[in-house]
Write a protein that binds this ligand. Structure first.
Ligand code: AMP
Length: 115
């Protein structure tokens, strides 16, 4: 699996860019979003470079399952007892801006309805 030097999340995983890390496993890393959209806003990423959740599902469905389980663990550790939202923006229409798969863990206030 490649780790492009131009990928911001690969650089965070490698320790080349600073981030406020909140959790780490062998295969995933969680850190706080630079521009939080809610009182708690954590990103959980696979350490391997995969452009989006589709590439991740194709390459390694077990890693996708681990990523989601680790996102739930972050929500619990952040004590988002009132509820939380897991978001995977995928592609242009969803406004994906970083093309390294990531789960947004959002909570800490009512988030409003989606869909
Ligand atoms: P998305 O629109 O799903 O691709 O979201 C990418 C997210 O990454 C945005 O919420 C950004 O605020 C966040 N982000 C971009 N660069 C960094 C960084 N260096 N550290 C933490 N979060 C970042």
């Amino acid at each position: 699996v490649t780790s492009p030097s131009s990928c911001v999340f690969c650089r965070i995983v490698a320790g080349e860019l600073p981030a406020e890390r909140v959790a780490e496993t062998e295969r995933t890393l969680a850190f706080r979003d630079l521009a939080p959209q809610a009182p708690t806003h954590v990103l959980v990423v696979p350490k391997a470079h995969l452009a989006d959740v589709g590439a991740l599902a194709d390459a390694d469905a077990e890693l996708l399952a681990a990523l989601m389980a680790d996102a739930v663990a972050v929500a619990r550790a952040e004590q988002l007892d009132g509820g939380y939202r897991l978001v995977l923006n995928t592609g242009a229409d969803a406004g994906q801006t970083v093309f390294h798969a990531h789960v947004h863990v959002l909570g800490g206030q009512p988030l409003g309805r989606l869909g």
